[in-house]
Design a protein around this ligand. Structure first.
Ligand code: PLP
Length: 382
C-alpha cells in the first residue's frame, strides 16, 4: 500500500506500488489460467471461478484507473466500444437516452443502428447547449445522458457539472467519454458524473499496441450491477497480456499527456490565422467556443487532440495528409507517435465533420519538427 497523500503521477508511475507477494517483483506476472480450482467442500475461497470476468490481470489496472478517476470501481473491457456499448446494454428497453450530435462516430452509428433496434429510444442533441439538454430531458423516462468532452473530432466542450445537474434533476445518470481529456486533465466524477468511460486504446495505454476500454462508476447501484453482468455474460473482456501492457503503458501517462497537450497548444497557436488554414479547432485557443468552460473543468492543459480545416477544401486537405513525412496517416489517437487523418473519409455520409478537416493526434516528438512537417505539407498547396 502507498500513503494516502501521494500525488496521482507517483501512484501511476509505480502502478499503485503493488509488489508481487510471492516473488517480490515490482511488475505483476501475467496470469494465464482460464479456470480456478474449487475447494473440496465445494466453495471457491479464492473468490475466482473463471477468467472471463475474474481475471487477476484486471485488478491492478482497474484499481489504478479507479484511483485516478476518484471513483468507486472500474471494469476493463476488450475495447473502448465494448466498454461504451456495455453502458447502454445495461439499460432497459424503452429507456430514453440522450447523446451528442458530435461524438465518436462509431458509437454514434451503433446507437442509431443497433441500440434503437434493441428498444432504446436514442436522441442526438447539441450537448454544448445546457438549455437544449434541459429541453430534451423526459423526467421518468430519460435514464442516461452520454457526453464526450472534448468531443471527437471538432473538440467541442460540454459543461460536465451543468449537464450532471440537469441529468440528476430528471433522475438520469450522466456518463462521460473522457478518452481525450484523460484523468490527467479532468476528473468527471468530481464534477458530478456517474460514469466515466475511456477508450484505453488511446492515452491510457499510449503506445498504439492494443485495444482496451474502461468504465468507472461513482457508486454501486442497480445500473452498475447490470453493467457488471453485461461484461460477465456477453464477455467482451480484455486478455491478460493486454491488461499487463495497459498497466505498463499507464506508468508514463502523466508525462505523455502533459507533453502532448503542451505541443498541441503550441501547434494550435502556430496555425491559428495561418494563410492555408481556414480554422483551428482546439479548446485551448482563447477565442474558441468552449474555452472558458474547458478552462474551468480541465487542469494542466487542453489535451493532445486538435483539428485543422485546410483552405482549398477536401482535395487540399487530402493532399496535405498525403504530403506529410513525419506525421503518420492513420486512424486512432493518444499514442506517442503523431497521427493525421482526413476524418470525413472515415465517417462517411451523415457525419457532421467538414470535408476540409484533418484530425491531428499530437504525440511526444519534438514539436518544432511536427510544425515544420505540417508547414512543408501545406506549402505544397500553393
Ligand atoms: N471513444 C472515443 C472518443 C474514441 O476516439 C474511440 C476510438 O477511436 C472510442 C471511444 C472507441 O474505442 P476503441 O477503438 O478502443 O473501441
Amino acid at each position: 500500500m502507498v500513503a494516502d497523500n501521494i500525488h496521482p503521477e507517483s501512484l501511476t508511475a509505480q502502478g499503485l506500488g503493488w509488489v508481487d507477494e510471492t516473488t517480490r517483483a515490482i511488475n505483476p506476472s501475467i496470469p494465464m489460467s482460464s479456470t480456478y480450482v474449487r475447494d473440496a467442500d465445494n466453495a471457491y475461497r479464492s473468490g475466482r471461478v473463471y477468467m472471463r470476468d475474474q481475471n487477476p490481470a484486471f485488478d491492478q489496472p482497474e484499481t489504478l484507473i479507479t484511483e485516478l478517476e476518484h471513483g468507486h470501481q472500474t471494469l476493463l473491457f476488450a475495447s473502448g466500444m465494448a466498454a461504451a456499448t456495455a453502458v447502454f446494454q445495461a439499460l432497459h428497453p424503452g429507456d430514453h437516452v440522450l447523446a451528442p450530435q458530435v461524438m465518436y462516430w462509431s458509437l454514434r452509428n451503433w446507437l442509431m443502428n443497433f441500440a434503437t433496434s434493441w428498444g432504446l429510444d436514442v436522441e442526438l442533441i447539441d450537448m454544448t447547449d445546457p438549455a437544449a439538454v434541459e429541453a430534451a430531458m423526459r423526467p421518468g423516462s430519460t435514464k442516461l445522458v452520454w457526453i464526450e468532452t472534448p468531443a471527437n473530432p471538432l473538440w467541442t466542450i460540454t459543461d460536465i457539472a451543468a449537464t450532471a445537474d440537469i441529468a440528476h434533476r430528471a433522475g438520469a445518470l450522466l456518463a462521460v467519454d473522457s478518452t481525450s481529456a484523460t484523468p490527467v486533465l479532468t476528473q468527471p466524477i468530481d464534477l458530478g458524473a456517474d460514469l466515466v468511460m475511456h477508450s484505453a486504446t488511446k492515452y491510457l495505454n499510449g503506445h498504439s499496441d492494443l485495444t482496451a476500454g474502461s468504465v468507472t462508476t461513482r457508486s454501486d447501484n442497480e445500473h452498475w450491477r447490470r453493467l457488471r453482468s453485461v461484461r460477465a455474460q456477453i464477455g467482451g473482456t480484455l486478455g491478460s497480456v493486454e491488461s499487463w501492457l495497459l498497466l505498463r503503458g499507464m506508468r508514463t501517462l502523466y508525462l505523455r499527456v502533459r507533453a502532448a497537450s503542451s505541443s498541441a497548444q503550441r501547434i494550435a497557436e502556430h496555425f491559428d490565422g495561418h494563410g492555408s488554414v481556414v480554422e483551428v479547432l482546439y479548446p485551448g485557443l482563447p477565442g474558441s467556443a468552449g474555452h472558458e468552460i474547458a478552462k474551468a473543468q480541465m487542469s494542466g492543459g487542453f489535451g493532445g487532440m486538435l483539428s485543422i480545416r485546410v483552405a482549398g477544401g477536401e482535395a487540399a486537405a487530402i493532399a496535405v495528409a498525403a504530403n506529410v513525412k513525419l506525421w503518420k496517416r492513420a486512424t486512432s489517437l493518444g499514442g506517442v507517435e503523431s497521427l493525421i487523418e482526413h476524418r470525413s473519409s472515415v465517417e462517411g455520409a451523415g457525419s457532421p465533420v467538414p470535408t476540409d478537416l484533418l484530425r491531428l493526434s499530437v504525440g511526444i516528438e519534438n514539436v518544432e519538427d511536427l510544425i515544420a512537417d505540417l508547414e512543408q505539407a501545406l506549402s505544397t498547396l500553393s
